[in-house]
Design a protein around this ligand. Structure first.
Ligand SMILES: Cc1ncc(C[n+]2csc(CCOP(=O)(O)OP(=O)(O)O)c2C)c(N)n1
Ligand code: SF4
Length: 287
């Protein structure tokens, strides 16, 4: 049986004390242990940002990619070796600014990876500029008079893009977050988990206390049915996206299951030798 220790590296996170990303890392390690995953059969791909450093802190194959491009590498890895558990992770800037298109297309493609967004509603690594998740009026050095633009709505975006598993968690509730990550990893298809992960240094509005006062858990609503996309959309809109728990889940064939070579071995496990006869046949095709 795997333990949390199996997913720890010797590298000490350099996040600010109190950063919400610590809880995301802890929840991911705990979820991996609870699911008895093998670190050598797991890959984590991240973008650039404070949140993106997570790929160096989880013991698994790690790829610290380019800003906004975590999902590209993660999808490539999954297609080459669908036996791996693939996690993509990054900030709200990574996923909902520069990487928005990739997020949308990965969701409609329904490739079997888990995408964790550490949503602190600000750019942390580059020292506190406004992100597309910052609320209208949010003041930073880049918007001294307050952001003029409406914030993006990740949950509505996900539901409209055909996501098959959507959850939202909070770094102040690591237990609930662990359960959500476990469910996301177990889901066969694309799972997106948006996590309110406060930036204690640059976001003095959306703090732990603010979230505790404003978020509601859908688990408290006995009539809530996460298999209804319509109900999910209504709930997300009526709570102004401030809800946690599994918001929506449906089963649909994943991209890798639909691939024409789906019944063959994963690409990385296929024999490389062509054989002289087959080689000559190929050469003849292009002669
Ligand atoms: C192509 C590119 N554009 C911009 C940057 C600068 N940059 C690095 S991190 C970042 C935003 C970080 O915010 P977020 O993704 O929300 O992550 P956080 O640091 O808040 O966890 C930006 C704009 C970059 N590294 N590469
Ligand atoms: S700047 Fe913000 S997001 Fe970055 S490590 Fe510090 S608290 Fe976390």
């Amino acid at each position: 049986m795997a333990t949390v220790k199996d997913f720890r590296t010797s590298v000490k996170p350099n996040w600010c004390p109190g950063c919400g990303d610590f809880s995301v890392l802890a929840a991911l390690q705990r979820a991996a242990a609870n699911l008895d995953l093998d670190p050598s059969q797991m890959a984590i791909v991240s973008g650039i940002g404070c949140s993106g450093r997570i790929s160096g802190y989880l013991k698994a194959y790690g790829f610290h990619g380019v800003h906004g491009r975590a999902l590209l590498a993660a999808q490539g890895i999954k297609m080459a070796n669908r036996d791996l558990t693939v996690i993509a992770a990054g900030g709200d800037g990574d996923g909902f600014a520069i990487g928005t298109n990739h997020t949308i297309h990965a969701m409609r493609r329904n490739i079997d990876i888990t995408y964790i967004v550490m949503d602190n509603q600000v750019y942390g690594l580059t020292k506190g500029q406004t992100s597309p998740r910052s609320t209208q009026g949010f003041k930073t050095k880049s918007t001294p008079d307050g952001s003029l633009e409406r914030e993006i709505s990740p949950l509505q975006l996900a539901l409209a893009s055909g996501v098959t598993f959507l959850a939202q968690g909070f770094s102040g509730s690591t237990k609930e977050l662990t359960k959500l990550i476990e469910a996301g990893i177990q889901h066969k298809g694309f799972s997106m988990i948006n996590v309110f992960s406060p930036c204690v240094t640059y976001n003095k509005i959306n703090t732990y206390d603010w979230f505790k006062e404003n978020i509601v858990s859908l688990e408290d609503d006995p009539d809530y049915d996460p298999s209804s996309r319509e109900m999910a959309m209504q709930k997300v809109m009526s709570t102004n996206e401030l809800c946690t728990s599994i918001i929506y889940q449906e089963q649909r064939p994943s991209y890798t299951e639909l691939l024409p070579n789906a019944n063959h071995k994963p690409i990385v496990k296929q024999e490389l030798e062509l054989g002289e006869e087959r080689f000559q046949e190929l050469v003849a095709e292009f002669a």
